[in-house]
Ligand binder design. Structure first.
Ligand code: CS2
Length: 492
């Protein structure tokens, strides 16, 4: 499909949404997920109540979305895709967009602006500058050190800390920082890292800001959920034809969407419940349920699927024993590790998961879900694995998830993981591939990664039986293929 040059560019006139009367939200991480999630809830709140809860969207480095949004009066399309068809909507929540890397001090100034009362974050699991093993601010990270030394801050934690420091020095208004990333206890985790940053500043320079945090800043936790694949040229073309206007940055998304939020907002908040958000004291339970049952199983499907040659999650689910492996890890290994929030029917939740993963029209790629496993798996697997081990059970399918990850990212010499594994990116890939290149076999590789490097934290590093199980499964995958490894684990 080609886009006709005669079409106009998407703009304000394409949507009926009333423009917000001002910006109350600063959002860091202007990616697809934010545009199909928080922005949609905010648009619903604005549509119902009006007001000044517009969003200023900040991309960390990439200029493409920011430039396209400016060329389109800050409008873009959300294409809700299901096997029954595609529905288009144009949320109108943004009032501005810019790139942080162009002028990091602009972010700092913005954070100190009293008009901003909520700061939302979707900077991915990778964006919080903490050391996976200790979960503390990563003082070995040169960017963190530069931010602490007083350079224009480039890390999200540095920007938040410096912005709140400026706000504190002006006696600024209360504000909330709302993490929307798939991290356990994402609110308190973010607060801890910001506090660690401020406490590291020389000569008590952070003291005033720390006191301001005590009095005027809240860090509610939230659980976010919506499958949002990367956009494609095909979607750009389809959307432009359907709209009769060119949209360079449409976002594909599944119909399902969920947001559970702790209602602790120091400076007020939009009525996100207008878009279906749930305000609850049980966010921790919602997070666990989602990060383990959905994300943990998603990782298993992605790695095993990629190794079996599947380009997409629905293709992976349909291949060989992967659906059976997914059901087994859900029921046998993740479900016993969570406390289900009240009112949630876990059987229905699981039924929906398989329906969502099976959405073949959405085309969510195994390489996308499999990317950044070094930080994603740290959130998804150690606690449920440790709980199973403590009760005397070997979590075979969690071990298989890790073995799948290692086989994709750091294959043993002579093992060809295939194109979908090769398309995965991961900050730890180079280091892990070096370890794999000289490993004497699966057990040696697993021991170097999990025990010595402590990729999944200190506690799992001490679980020798688990590490050996991972190593043996790496060998099985290399010698006999993924199906043989699944057969060893399902029903084991
Ligand atoms: C996925 C998530 O890429 C991944 O690791 O598991 O992005 C998942 O699609 C979302 O968390 C769904 O809410």
């Amino acid at each position: 499909m080609t886009i006709s040059d005669d079409l106009p560019r998407l703009g304000r006139s394409a949507s009926d949404a009333p423009a917000p009367s001002g910006a109350g939200i600063l959002h860091l991480g202007l990616g697809s997920f934010h545009r199909a999630h928080q922005a949609v809830y905010t648009a619903a709140a604005l549509e119902r109540d009006g007001g000044d809860w517009g969003i200023v969207g900040v991309a960390s480095r990439s200029r493409s979305v920011v430039d396209a949004m400016h060329a389109q009066d800050l409008r873009y399309t959300v294409a809700t895709i299901s096997p029954n068809g595609t529905r288009l909507s144009i949320p109108g929540a943004h009032t501005d967009a810019y790139v942080a890397a162009d002028d990091p001090q602009r972010v700092v100034r913005h954070l100190a602006d009293d008009g901003i009362r909520v700061v939302t974050l979707t900077v991915t699991e990778n964006g919080y500058s903490y050391a996976p093993a200790s979960q503390r601010l990563d003082l070995d990270d040169p960017l963190v050190r530069a931010d602490l030394a007083g350079e224009a801050p480039r890390t999200t934690i540095g920007q938040l800390a410096r912005g709140l420091q400026l706000r504190a020095s002006r006696g600024g208004a209360p504000v909330s920082v709302l993490s929307c990333d798939n991290l356990a206890a994402n609110g308190s985790h973010t607060e801890k890292l910001v506090r660690e940053f401020l406490a590291e500043l020389p000569s008590g320079e952070g003291a005033e800001a720390l006191a301001f945090l005590d009095a005027s800043v809240s860090f509610p936790s939230s659980m976010v959920d919506r499958i949002v694949p990367a956009t494609t040229d095909r979607l750009r073309a389809e959307v432009s034809v359907l709209l009769g206007a060119i949209d360079e940055v449409p976002v594909p998304a599944e119909p399902f969407t969920m947001w559970a939020i702790e209602d602790r907002f120091a400076g007020g908040r939009p009525a996100w419940e207008a878009g279906g958000a749930v305000f609850t004291d049980e966010v921790g339970r919602y997070e666990q349920l989602k990060v383990r049952l959905l994300n943990g199983t998603h990782s298993l499907i992605a790695y095993l699927g990629a190794l079996r040659g599947a380009a997409t999650i629905p293709d992976a689910i349909a291949a060989g024993g992967i659906e059976a492996a997914a059901r087994a890890v859900l029921r046998g290994e993740y479900e016993p590790s969570v406390q289900v929030p009240s009112g949630v029917d876990v059987r229905e939740y699981e039924r929906q998961l398989f329906e969502r993963w099976g959405n073949s029209a959405l085309g969510h790629r195994t390489s996308q879900v499999g990317s950044d496993g070094s930080v994603k798996l740290r959130q998804r697997i150690p606690e449920p694995a440790l709980l199973a081990l403590a009760s005397g059970r070997m979590p075979h399918l969690i071990a298989l998830t890790v073995a799948g990850y290692l086989s994709c990212i750091a294959p043993l010499p002579g093992f060809d993981a295939g194109p979908h594994a090769e398309a995965m990116t991961d900050a730890a890939q180079h280091r892990l591939a070096e370890l794999a290149a000289t490993a004497s076999g699966g057990r040696d590789l697993a021991s170097r990664v999990i025990a010595e490097r402590q990729l999944f934290g200190e506690q799992l590093a001490a679980e020798t039986a688990f590490i050996d199980r991972v190593g043996d499964l790496v060998d099985t995958i290399a010698r006999h293929g993924v199906d043989a490894a699944i057969d060893e684990c399902v029903g084991a």
